[in-house]
Design a protein around this ligand. Sequence first.
Ligand code: FAD
Length: 811
Amino acid sequence: MKSHAKVVVIGGGIAGCSTLYHLTQEGWSDVVLLERNELTSGTTWHSAAQVTNFGMNQTMVGLKTHSINLYKELRDDPDYPVSYNHGDGGIRLANTEAQMDGYRHFASMARGMNVDFDVIDAAECARRHPLISTDNLVGGLWDGNDGDIDPASLCQALARRARKAGAQVYRNTPVTGLTQHKDDSWTVHTEHGDITCEIVVNACGYRVNEVGAMMGVHHPVMSMEHQYFVTDDIPAIRDAGHRMPLLRCPISDYYCRQEKNGLLVGFYEQNCKTWGMDGIDPHFVNALCPDDLDRITDVLEGAFERMPALADVGIKTIVNGPITYTIDGAPLVGPIPGKRNAFCIIGLRAGLGEGGGHGWLLAQQIVHGEACYDTWCIDPRRFAAHTNVELTALKAIEDYQNEFRFHFPNEHRPAGRMAKTTPLTPVLAAEGAVFTTVNGWERAEFYKPNADFHITHSFRFDESHDLVGAEVNAVQTAVGLCEVDGFNRIEVTGSDAWAFLDRMICGRLPRKSGRVGLGYMLNHHGMLKSEVTIANLPATDRGSERIWLGSAAAAECHDMDWLQSHVGADDDVQMRALTNDQTILVLAGPRSRDVMNKVSRNDWSKTGFPWLSVRECFIGIAPATVMAVSFSGELAYEIHIPNASLYAAYLALREAGEEHGLKLFGGLAVDSMRLEKGYLHWKADILTEFDPYETDLGRFVDMSKPDFIGKKALAERLAIGPQKRLVTLNVTCNTSAAQAGASVMLQGKVVGTVTSGAYGHRTGKNLAYAFVDPDLANAGTAVQIDMLGHMETAEIVPKGQYDPHLTHVRS
Ligand SMILES: Cc1cc2nc3c(=O)[nH]c(=O)nc-3n(C[C@H](O)[C@H](O)[C@H](O)COP(=O)(O)OP(=O)(O)OC[C@H]3O[C@@H](n4cnc5c(N)ncnc54)[C@H](O)[C@@H]3O)c2cc1C
């Protein structure tokens, strides 16, 4: 065995083989794969191996398209052809119009990735799949690229190509330990000796946490037992003259595809089971769990009803094997949080369909630092440390039970709730708060009028629409209070702190004590990495001069990782996470100053505490740090309070606000107002696929600075000109907001993609942001948005439709 390699990939299932192959494709040949047994001896060998193009966002669709194209190439390789049934087609069924709306939206989104899905009615479903009944069926989504592949030969083909390009594959070589050195390189210990390397990749399938433990990491991945059976021949299939399309049924939680002249039918039963939670037998290799058909009787009945031919056919084989799930259903592909030179490609529950694409995106991240798509939806840093084994198990069970039931907008599922709360959570719940979760934190979305109030999950405006309008109205005309818990906050200190931030941030910094600014971090390609509020806190009796960086709750691990990885060995820079200790109360609206004057003895006048100021003070008896910043577009104060005194501050503000008509407001009202104001959301509108100029954030770039990360690449991009431009659209549709991913069309062609949409209750406009072709990015241009199957007219309008001259925030 080699004693050194640039990259060591641990695990020889589809994840590891695909990563190894793609590393060689990106030009790195000094790469090694270590497999404890034989290739594919984990989950991969017994996979049902369906390969769909369907995904719920453009990154997932794009990576699946890559899988499909790669698998077609491997199928057509005369030296080592892989068995791949591409193009059988597949249908996802629906028995409600709301599900059909979802499919219409996903079809619009996929069109932007050059993938065509058809939304078809029940009769057309039955025409395309002659074995199904149309009882209780509204229709479905047709994916013409659907098919299945032979998993073993796929992995062998990838490993074979990687070897040809210089990679090494060592089978029967279990990794037994990992040691990281001061220079961030690794020694990988195996039963056959050590190998040193710069970078390790965990691709260990259901053994992910055995290898995670070797580097002191717990990954939020849980295995579930998952069963399918293969039937004897079915005469109708044998005689059909064509292969049967695949079927995925969210009504009865099963899937099936043709296997020889019978069917392979797999189940997502409600009575499901985690696997290996307390350790995995080291001898579980090329192995299956015991058959357990009793567990699936509930699902089986539904499958028989939909496909009566199943009821009369014998079962040839039963497969019950471990399949991995993560906390939100999407895999973890990218840098391992808190570690340097360590990546993972784990938690794949559809690894055969997706594995080609995930390995491709991971190899790009390893070699180039970033992939061609924004990979946040699969980034391992999207969760914080709260994702323990118990929470992961609860979410994995919930996700398994809902495998084919996609999330509706504003649908927040019940398992594992209250993982992260503040002292205000029960108080706001008693006020009627309907919560969403953000990085595990419970955050009020809106306030319901009574306990019996429920919204219908839908892609259209729902029952919360007018309630949100009333919350916005209170903020616009009087004063509103909103808790923003989990907001990421990093305190930066040290004599080199400002010099460090000057390197990290592409624009000017608020160097004057007591001032606040907004800054953007770019990656080395000049693309947008992070958005931070930078507060220059003066020295007080609470501490010496320091800087607070604030960013989205979801950015907690991401931003800390990015910042820490750029602190030089000689830099005097210290960073401390404050996220779990403090919570923000946002006080917004024209009467907010009156409320501040009542709860605090400081001067809150326009000149005493102007817009973009920060100070420490007390709210009643609660110590607070207040910033004059606004995401709503109204006069507003962001009040940061230690959790221990949060309730005291809340009581003081409520009491003071009563005479001014203070009303609680939630995240949906914030979203409505920020779209009207032209403010962006990280990872909705701020993506690594675009630079700051394309994202209309050019005013936050200072190219005259001597240097900052990404400057050189940005200058090169500037010379070429924008590929897309972010614009605001006014949509003439009064039944739904434009959903992220919807295609912007002109004369039948896709010219852009929506990133966010919400109804603006102050302007009465249905607004959206979208990246569009640069030549169209002018106010007044008319386009269409493919919304739920309709081409809705939309006009490009100036950004910041509400109070464009900032008179309210500066008032
Ligand atoms: C019943 C069933 C049906 C499925 N159907 C589909 C489907 O239709 N379509 C689809 O896309 N997906 C399907 N899946 C999921 C898919 O099979 C998996 O997502 C995929 O196989 C996971 O691949 P992997 O490489 O991540 O893990 P694995 O295949 O488990 O590979 C991990 C490898 O790491 C090795 N390893 C572990 N520890 C060490 C160590 N210490 N040292 C060295 N090597 C180590 C293991 O031996 C193993 O070979 C199905 C899964 C099941 C269970």
